[in-house]
Design a protein around this ligand. Structure first.
Ligand code: GLA
Length: 386
């Protein structure tokens, strides 16, 4: 990729880049829809990434060539940033320029080429990778240091305020703080984090990409609605548990006691989240005990909760998890990320990986008449200059 982007840059701007940045996508082992409920998540940065190459220019213009989209954007560094209604990809860049302006950083004019190998719409957080990678690039070019935590928070704020998706902190944090061979246990309330080794010889992490992104997952999205459901649950529970600020503060025992006071749908949403937050903690114990069988069982439990209680799965994801659960080489499987499409994540015994991929691809084609893309993924270093 480094050679490729260097060449793309020379072809586009007839000069050599002075910096190349790699900003990876992420997986999440367990802890879904817990980040905006102040719980824990267990993500990692992966071997698929967005790459930026850049060189400074003497004016106040950033010219970005998106090589894969064959499209360009021109940003004026010291002007207010406008959202584009038609070219959505530019909003991930402009939103970060707006954030950098607020932070007081002097944004340098530059020529930029961006390319990458994160499949789009697969739920691997290409948007977080673009946001954080671009801001990191601009800070480096200008010789100013931005703390990594701030970079992740800026990415989240930009997505919330500029792009309009009310996402939590997980994706940006994972991309910025990733460490090769490790998952990150992130406490989304305090942003304290710990790395847990995740290299189990003989185990592959396989992503099965449904290739679908259902429309009910977009716009004033189901995602934003789930957030509101959780907030509504907290507001009702607070009348009986005055000390709580989020579902993170509700124990399983207290939830069982007060759950009947919630409207049924809200009760199911909160039920999932309260259990999922506890599951991440228990799953980390499994990792310390090197017990991937127990870990995998929890992944299935997560999926069933997302499917029936949180209702963010879909037919294609459910089919793949059901299929995986019948295969002896698979230790755990679940939908990953926001839902309504994207990938399942599967822990698979290496000796059975090829057979699993072949059988899943065949079954997916037979049952749903859709092509399945599978990726054996590796946990790689987070955002950095390469
Ligand atoms: C998306 C969001 C994250 C997180 C997940 C669900 O990826 O960007 O903040 O909420 O969904 O766990």
């Amino acid at each position: 990729m480094k050679d490729k982007i260097q060449q793309l840059f020379s072809e586009t701007f007839s000069a050599a880049p002075v910096i190349i940045v790699r900003s990876p996508g992420r997986i999440n082992l367990i802890g879904e829809h817990t980040d905006y409920n102040n719980g824990w998540v267990l993500p990692a940065s992966i071997d698929k990434a967005v790459y930026f190459a850049a060189a400074p220019r003497p004016d106040n213009i950033i010219e970005v060539w998106a090589a894969d989209l064959k499209d360009k954007d021109t940003i004026v560094t010291d002007q207010p940033q406008q959202r584009s209604a038609t070219k959505t990809w530019v909003n991930y860049l402009r939103g970060m320029v707006a954030q950098l302006q607020l932070s007081g950083i002097k944004i340098p004019g530059c020529n930029v080429v961006v390319t990458g190998d994160i499949p789009l719409g697969a739920g691997l957080s290409s948007s977080a990778a673009v946001e954080c990678g671009f801001a990191f690039l601009l800070c480096r070019l200008s010789g100013q240091e931005m703390p990594r935590k701030e970079l992740a928070l800026m990415g989240q704020r930009s997505e919330n305020q500029f792009v309009g998706a009310n996402v939590g902190i997980m994706d940006q944090f994972a991309s910025v703080f990733g460490k090769q061979g490790h998952v990150i246990r992130l406490d989304c309330r305090t942003l304290d984090y710990q790395y847990f080794p995740f290299h189990f010889s003989g185990i592959d992490i396989i992503l099965c990409d449904t290739g679908v992104k259902h429309s009910f997952g977009e716009g004033d999205s189901e995602y934003n609605k789930r957030r509101r459901d959780c907030e509504q649950g907290v507001a009702i529970l607070q009348q009986h548990l005055p000390g709580i600020q989020s579902l993170r503060d509700v124990s399983i025992a207290d939830f069982a006691k007060y759950k009947h006071l919630l409207p049924p749908v809200i009760a199911r949403r909160c039920d999932f989240v309260v259990n999922e937050i506890n599951r991440v903690e228990a799953a980390c114990e499994d990792l310390l005990n090197k017990d991937l069988v127990a870990f995998g069982t929890k992944m299935y439990a997560t999926h069933r909760g997302l499917q029936h209680d949180y209702e963010v799965s879909c037919e294609e994801l459910d089919f793949l998890v059901d299929f995986a659960s019948g295969r002896q080489e698979v230790l755990g499987s679940r939908m990953m990320g926001g839902g309504f499409g994207g990938c399942t994540i599967n822990l698979v015994k290496q000796e059975g990986s090829a057979a699993f991929i072949e059988a899943a691809t065949k079954a997916y084609k037979q049952q749903l008449n859709l092509p399945l893309k599978c990726y054996i993924t590796h946990i790689e270093q987070g955002l950095d200059v390469i």
